[in-house]
Design a protein around this ligand. Structure first.
Ligand SMILES: C[S@@+](CC[C@H](N)C(=O)[O-])C[C@H]1O[C@@H](n2cnc3c(N)ncnc32)[C@H](O)[C@@H]1O
Length: 270
């Protein structure tokens, strides 16, 4: 399996990749909300935000194989525009709502508690591994079931905590040295990417993340035996992701047997 990380602009890099060469895309783009990626003010504030998204969405669909699937994580404010753009190129699969209590709120409206992930197949032949994961059935459906319940996942995912840091930190949080702040402001949980990958790809398939950030999708790919292509504009995050993957691989190498003694692997670092 391989991980390739391009430092640069996602659109420019995507334009160099061959058509129909990837099995899945997971895109967690900037949301145009004024985050300071790479510490730079103005790095998440585009006047042409929707036109720009339309360009990389179109490019993403060009890269997908006919069996491929495009996951696009966004925020409620943008979900309708993103959905319409995806609809131009692909086939609707789901609008997943990921429970994310860190989502910011305003007192003039209901408190948003989820992040939408729009899911589109490139064609009707998109891969979907129906029971890649199952849920425990705690209550029976209204009206009962005609067949035995199989624990098929719902489109509401409330079992994957977001990556928090501060006085208490999520075990995956990568901290800026000497602080309790995250090294990447929007690091997402590995299990979120892993779930999408498990449902939409098989071992040996290729996944593209055009907004690599701290390298979460790549980490999930290494864990699950998928090839990975990432693109990231900020060199600080490119370095961060490369170190993260190297540590993850080191920590997960099966222990070698030496004179009957087992070597202890490095402490797990995600
Ligand atoms: C929401 S974050 C992704 C976080 C990632 N999912 C993670 O778990 O770390 C978006 C990332 O896209 C990067 N980015 C913004 N514009 C870009 C562009 N035009 N091309 C490539 N990367 C870009 C930002 O630097 C940021 O790291």
């Amino acid at each position: 399996m391989s991980e390739t990380l391009h430092e640069g602009d996602c659109l420019e890099v995507m334009q160099t990749l061959p058509a129909e060469s990837v099995d899945m895309i997971f895109a967690d783009p900037p949301f145009n909300v004024g985050k300071k990626y790479g510490g730079k003010a103005g790095s998440d504030n585009r006047a042409d935000y929707y036109e720009w998204c339309a360009r990389w969405i179109a490019e993403g669909f060009r890269l997908l194989k006919p069996t491929g699937t495009f996951y696009l994580m966004t925020i409620a404010r943008h979900v309708f525009k993103m959905g319409c753009e995806m609809e131009k190129h692909g086939v609707f699969v789901n609008k997943v709502e990921w429970r994310n209590v860190s989502a910011c709120h305003s007192k003039r409206g209901f408190w948003p508690s989820t992040q939408p992930i729009v899911v589109f197949g490139k064609t009707k032949e998109f891969r979907f591994n129906t029971y890649a994961q199952r849920r425990k059935i705690t209550q029976l459906r209204w009206g009962g079931y005609k067949t035995k319940p199989q624990g098929q996942l719902l489109d509401y995912w409330d079992d994957i905590p977001f990556v928090y840091a501060g006085s208490v930190r999520h075990p995956e949080a990568i901290l800026r040295p000497g602080t309790n702040k995250k090294a990447h402001p929007t690091q997402m949980p590995v299990n979120l990417a892993a779930r999408c990958i498990l449902f939409s790809t098989n071992e040996g398939d290729t996944v593209l993340d055009p907004f690599n950030g701290s390298g979460t999708t790549g980490t999930a790919c290494i864990k699950l035996g998928r090839n990975f292509i990432g693109v990231e504009r900020e060199s600080e995050y490119v370095k961060l992701a490369r170190i993260r993957w190297a540590n993850f691989i080191d920590a997960n190498v099966p222990p070698k047997k030496t004179n009957g003694l087992q070597e202890t692997p490095h402490s797990p670092l995600v």
